[in-house]
Write a protein that binds this ligand. Sequence first.
Ligand SMILES: [Ca+2]
Ligand SMILES: [Ca+2]
Length: 132
Amino acid sequence: MAQFTPSGELDTRFNGTGMGTLRLGPDGADRAQAVTFLGPDHLVVGGYSGVFGFRQFALAAYETTPEHTACPGDCDGDGTVRVNDLITMVNVALGNAAVSACTAGDLNQDNMIVVAEIVAAVNTALNGCPAA
Ligand SMILES: [Ca+2]
Ligand SMILES: [Ca+2]
C-alpha cells in the first residue's frame, strides 16, 4: 500500500515512508481485496491470508497521520501557510467555498472553519509549519 501527496510524491505521513507492506500469515500468501477509511486517521484493509495452505479471513488497520496536524491551515499542501491559504479559509468560513477546499484548516474536523482555526493558521503562517 502507498499514499501519495497531491503532487504525486510518496507521502511520508503514512507509515513513515509513504508505503506499507502487510504480511499476516506464515505462508506469505496474503491478499488485500478491499481498502477503506474509518474516519480520517484509520485505514482498514480486508482480504485473506494463507495459513498452512488454507485461506483465512484477514483484517489489518493502519493509523495515518491526519493532514490537519501536518501543517494547520496549509490548504494547498505546499508545506507553508501563505495568504492564498488564509483567503481560502476565510471563504470557507463565509460559506463561499466547501470545507474540502481546506481540510488542513479544519482542525477539529467538524466540517466547518471558524475564526479560531483561521487564527491558528495565521500563527502557522507567522511561525512556520510544525516539524514532521
Ligand atoms: Ca500552502
Ligand atoms: Ca472546524
